[in-house]
Design a protein around this ligand. Structure first.
Ligand SMILES: [Zn+2]
Length: 76
């Protein structure tokens, strides 16, 4: 059987990108629920992304940011 934490790690980036299928998302969330290690890693990855996104958007003129938001283009 596959190491669930290794599997969780594989799903981490697509999970954060919100591109997992419904089944995969449920699987990932179930694992994050029961695994302290992956939960910490997830929080770290998530906060890193928020930080990067803020850093990027703060340098952008507000009009451009609004345009991008309207187009739903991910900033990373
Ligand atoms: Zn785990």
């Amino acid at each position: 059987m596959k190491d669930p934490c290794a599997h969780c790690e594989e799903m981490m980036q697509p999970y954060l990108d919100r591109i997992l299928t419904e089944d995969e998302r449920i699987e990932a969330e179930a694992h994050l629920d029961e695994c302290e290690y992956c939960r910490k890693r997830y929080r770290f990855e998530e906060s890193l992304r928020v930080y990067v996104r803020q850093a990027v958007s703060e340098q952008m003129p507000p009009e451009l940011r609004l345009k991008l938001a309207a187009l739903r283009i991910p900033l990373d």
